[in-house]
Design a protein around this ligand. Structure first.
Ligand SMILES: NC(=O)c1ccc[n+]([C@@H]2O[C@H](COP(=O)([O-])OP(=O)(O)OC[C@H]3O[C@@H](n4cnc5c(N)ncnc54)[C@H](OP(=O)(O)O)[C@@H]3O)[C@@H](O)[C@H]2O)c1
Length: 334
């Protein structure tokens, strides 16, 4: 009897102790944790609202220059910034396609909210003289530039051993020297006004190189480095720099890519066709500009992981890439 009553009373007292603890915890939850949680959510919501309002004000009536506006991401950026109320200078090589885009914007549902007359400027980014004259033409169309989006670009497919150096040069001129020349031409007026924003559309391939894309990956690595240096140099003049690094996007990039001998690749790669929608990436670009982000990675889990793998575990990265190269070579030869 006696030996059996002890555990019974211990169980009872521990039950009482536990119920006291439960009551104290409930009291703590209702008096401290919940108000703190709702308060933080409220502050966060208010912060996001203010951020959105500031972003809207920043983009409305901003003068935005977009290169490569005839297709893919550039075209979707044009639609996104038009919807945000910006005044656009649309650049490309194809006059007709730019006119079609102007027509499309003028009949879009967002058009009544955007009172601006947009401009088009035709030039080839791989021709530096043409880029310099285009910058002069842009300065005549609009009295200042708030945002320059260096979007135009070409891709490449080929083995390094078979590729003529003119192809490397062409990719570099379009993806690197062209945007650099346009940026340098428009930068002095931004510095003078102590206001401006320069965006570079790079790629995850600006952060790691994958086999059979050497010229493209090299041009995007150069882009990343140039605009990182620029960001540091111009921050003191209140000029912002954003580098956007997307993974695959559903555009004509692979169709328009050039090969080892400079001919058009002309294939819609599965990876490209399964990529993110260009309109979705354009929204990311718009928000990145509105929020003055310094860098944005727009990629799925695997490419994002590879970015870290390249830095933190380079030996594993090299092994994976060598195996990928062997597999791709084998698939091509069979
Ligand atoms: N698609 C992807 O998977 C992907 C992934 C990461 C990054 N990106 C980057 O996104 C940007 C936009 O490419 P996209 O995917 O939208 O490809 P896209 O549909 O092929 O569009 C490329 C644009 O660049 C223009 N362009 C090409 N060469 C030019 C030159 N020499 N001078 C002037 N304009 C030129 C094209 O104009 P024309 O009409 O005159 O040819 C076109 O408007 C590129 O910088 C690309 O590297 C794309």
């Amino acid at each position: 009897m006696v030996s059996g009553s002890k555990p019974f009373s211990r169980t009872k007292s521990s039950r009482v102790w536990r119920s006291g603890q439960k009551t104290r915890l409930m009291g703590l939850t209702s008096s401290v944790i919940l108000p703190l949680l709702f308060g933080s959510l409220g502050i966060f919501g208010l912060f996001r609202l203010l951020q959105r309002m500031r972003m809207k004000a920043y983009l409305k009536d901003a003068v935005v220059v977009i290169t490569g506006a005839t297709s893919g991401l550039g075209k979707e950026c044009a639609k996104a910034f038009h919807a945000a109320g910006s005044k656009l200078v649309l650049c490309g090589r194809n006059r007709e396609r730019l006119q079609d885009l102007l027509q499309e914007l003028s009949t879009s549902a967002d058009h009544p909210k955007n009172p601006h007359k947009h401009h088009t400027v035709i030039f080839d980014l791989s021709d530096i003289k043409a880029v310099v004259s285009a910058a002069e033409e842009i300065s005549k169309c609009v009295d200042h530039v708030d945002v320059l989006i260096n979007n135009a670009g070409i891709s490449y497919r080929g083995t390094i051993v078979d590729t003529v150096v003119e192809v490397d040069r062409k990719v570099m001129e379009t993806n690197y020297f062209g945007p650099v020349a346009l940026t340098k031409a428009l930068l002095p007026s931004m510095i003078k006004r102590r206001k401006g924003h320069i965006v570079a559309i790079s790629s995850v391939q600006g952060k790691f190189g994958i086999p059979f894309r050497s010229a493209y990956a090299a041009s995007k690595h150069a882009t990343q480095a140039f605009f990182d240096c620029l960001r540091a140099e111009v921050e003191q003049y209140n000029v912002d720099v954003t580098v956007v690094s997307p993974g695959y996007i559903q555009t004509n990039l692979s169709l328009n890519a050039i090969t080892a001998d400079g001919s058009q690749y002309g294939v819609m790669d599965k990876t490209t066709s399964r990529g993110k929608a260009a309109a979705e990436v354009a929204r990311v670009v718009l928000n990145a500009v509105g929020e003055k982000r310094k860098e944005v990675l727009v990629a799925g889990f695997v490419p994002s992981l590879v970015v870290y793998l390249r830095t933190l575990c380079p030996r594993l990265f090299f092994t994976v890439m060598a195996s990928r190269a062997r597999k791709e070579r084998k698939a091509k030869d069979s």
